[in-house]
Design a protein around this ligand. Structure first.
Ligand SMILES: *Cc1c(COP(=O)(O)O)cnc(C)c1O
Length: 458
């Protein structure tokens, strides 16, 4: 028996803990409580020091353990997925859940929480396709003949590749052999989809004749990838989309394009720059384009495929679709956001966030900074560079503004950590001993919460 083990009689019994906890959490099964209690007891046995077992008498120690378990259960009951405030200036922050979706769009989920017309054709009473709820909207918004949606864009790419390239070759330029975050590497994705990768060209230059020379009777598709997180500059070449499209059409091979972040807005946004929208790729003759629902589109996680009806229908018949399809909640949310693009795109939160200019942000930062003037910190509004995020135009900086806060008597890391652990966690970014808060995607209500918290901290 070592020194510590002589204190182990103070550890409360599992049965006593279960009974006590059931007073506070009467709905919880003893079995579940036991699974929560046991690891806690094990921790005490392994590291009794940490729990100060030697400093407590038996009664005090079991009260301490009971209280710690009560805290754990309260936390479990609240759930770990929380609302947070995004003051990072990155609109589509993958760590913070990508696109902000309008709350009035989410409210529509209440209409489908029970039974829905998910796969019933209400006119005929016969079995319908869940994709019928989206195809027409995608057609109107992109000019494509048809559309289909799955769980995310990675799934959309796999579905297209497997549909056309399974046991066949898929042609891809070496300049577009992308890896995006989270282990999505095109050569791997191809292998998983059953395709043989047929690499062509070089990193910096690929010519039309490279595409042409690679086509043979085993070719299943030509793939183009949006190089969403890098740019090849200098001595470079790649044929125009129209030229590749014409080539693909001549050989009756589908030309598919992994856009990643597809935008449905064609006007000048993004700080005055124009980026091609999905329609322009369809117009250029791409047979199928795929893009994410929760990137520039500003909707829920989803992958949308738009393009020629005959190819979309082939994707729809692939048995893989069963594993990739959307459930009623995501389908409803995606449908609502697509409808909103048709009827009132200016009201979509992600669109508003992208369009907000620096002047407006400076004004908001100044107002906000003036509310914090009493704090023990240096506070000023500074121009900053926001980001779209999620591989959407990674090299393009948004003209943004931020409030810079430099605490006088506390460290900036202490401040950032306190903010992260707020009951509504707050995320800014730290640079040069200062905390920066970019208010682009922070609501007025959230600003109030931030200033309330700051007054308690500094
Ligand atoms: C983001 C992205 C993907 C993956 O999309 P998810 O919706 O995250 O699955 C694939 N390809 C490109 C080019 C991307 O930018």
């Amino acid at each position: 028996m070592n020194d510590m083990q002589k204190h182990f009689h103070k550890i409360p019994s599992v049965n006593w803990l279960i009974e006590e906890l059931q007073n506070d959490f009467p709905g919880m099964k003893a079995e579940y409580l036991q699974r929560i209690i046991l690891p806690c007891i094990e921790q005490v046995q392994q590291n009794p020091h940490k729990f100060n077992i030697e400093k407590h008498d038996k009664d005090a120690f079991r009260t301490r353990i009971l209280q710690s378990l009560k805290n754990d259960l309260n936390q479990l009951q609240r759930g770990s997925i929380k609302k947070v405030i995004n003051a990072t200036g990155v609109i589509l922050h993958t760590g913070l859940g990508r696109a902000p979706v309008n709350s009035d769009i989410i409210e529509n989920l209440q209409t489908v929480n029970r039974y829905t017309s998910l796969e019933i054709n209400l006119k005929s009473g016969k079995r319908g396709q869940r994709n019928d709820h989206l195809s027409e909207l995608i057609r109107i918004l992109t000019g494509a003949e048809a559309g289909i949606a799955v769980n995310n864009n990675a799934a959309a790419v796999m579905l297209m590749l497997n549909t056309f390239g399974n046991r066949k070759e898929v042609i891809l330029s070496r300049g577009q052999m992308i890896e995006i975050g989270g282990s999505f590497r095109m050569p791997e994705v191809m292998r998983m989809s059953g395709c043989r990768l047929r690499e062509i060209g070089t990193t910096n230059k690929t010519h039309l004749r490279d595409y042409e020379d690679a086509i043979n009777k085993r070719t299943g598709a030509i793939l183009l990838c949006h190089t969403s997180n890098y740019e090849v500059k200098g001595f470079t070449a790649h044929p125009d989309l129209e030229e590749i499209a014409a080539l693909a059409q001549r050989h009756n091979i589908p030309l598919i394009f992994d856009l990643g972040s597809g935008s449905l807005i064609s006007e000048r946004i993004f700080g005055g720059q124009t980026e091609p929208d999905v329609s322009s790729f369809i117009e250029a003759g791409i047979d199928l384009v795929s893009f994410s629902g929760d990137k520039l589109l500003g909707g829920p996680q989803a992958g949308i495929i738009a393009g020629r009806k005959k190819w979309v229908q082939k994707c729809a018949k692939n048995h893989m679709l069963r594993a990739l399809r959307l459930d009623k909640f995501m389908l409803k949310t995606l449908q609502q956001i697509l409808i909103r693009y048709i009827t009132d795109p200016e009201s979509i939160e992600t669109v508003i966030a992208l369009k907000t200019g620096r002047e407006e942000l400076i004004e908001r930062c100044n107002d906000f900074a003036s509310k914090l003037s009493e704090l023990d910190a240096e506070i000023e509004t500074v121009p900053s560079a926001g980001k779209t995020g999620s591989g959407a135009y990674p090299l393009m900086e948004l003209q943004s503004a931020a409030v810079r806060i430099k605490p006088r008597s506390k460290s900036v890391n202490w401040l950032a950590s306190k903010l992260r652990q707020n009951h509504i966690p707050i995320f800014g970014y730290v640079e040069d001993d200062s905390l920066y808060l970019d208010l682009r995607v922070v609501t007025a209500e959230e600003e109030n919460e931030i200033s309330r918290v700051f007054k308690t901290l500094l």
